[in-house]
Write a new protein. Sequence first.
Length: 320
Amino acid sequence: MCLMAFDWQPDSPQGECLLLIGNRDEFHARATAGLCVWPDGVLCGGRDLVAGGGWLVMHPAGSLATLTNVRQLDHPAPTASISRGQLVAAAARQALGRCSRWRLEDWLRALVAGESVPAALEGADAQKLSALTLEAVDWCNLLVCDGKALWRLHHGPQGAEVSRLSAGIHSLSNGHPETDWPKQRRLSGRLTALLDPSARAGQTTARPLSDDALLDLLKDDWRPAPTQLPATGLSPEREALLSSPFIVSAEYGTRASTLVRWQRHPARDTTDPSGVVQTLTLLERRFSPEGHIIASRRAMTRSLASESGKKGDIGSWRLS
């Protein structure tokens, strides 16, 4: 991903605990697969067919991982031996503790500290563990959620850091997380304006926003004034092109827009009173170099999660 905004409401007893919208910008010639179930039969999201991995994936048991590249071309980047997209797959699996005994927080903090951690990097094999260090991965901003906590890891020219995000609306792009680029402010501001406050914090009386209304926020060719452009080592013309939330050009541009809805409500007819039914929905629009929609796909799954620590039932993805 290259731009995203999201509303995180972890204390919501029911309704949407996470609502996320984001654009993926890439060279049009790069081979990718749109929204699909991965070769492991579990993860779901788009796939990079060149270097492996993906840009946003979800696990049906209840986890999400996504990232943005960090763009700072006037600083020497690390020599990467592991694709950033593989980090996404590993993090989504690790969030559920299904690949190693590490808690997600400990796993992330160990990475930031420069330690080696076990990671399930392969798209087709969730059981194959490899050693992972951040120095083996190019700069990125990683977002990981297990339904209880939302973690943000930054790996960039000034070092690495990790933080647990508070409730509310946040945004992320290709710079340091605390440096709001104009298009971040633009998208998060428009999302804030669209969201009805009475629909947040688990209140279910408000009319839900349509998928189209949320995805349409991403198809925005607005550009900031030249004096507001970030300085990332590109020419002014290139910085201007990349400053739009939605990028259109023959060579490079917005390839896909994604909407994530993570909903939950108390389970009924279960022996575990702490059981929660969660519904995970992914919706992806794909675009041509001219900015036209060429495909749209939805994936949805329901599963039973347990607040008591028991492993819940895992649903299967339904694509349409």
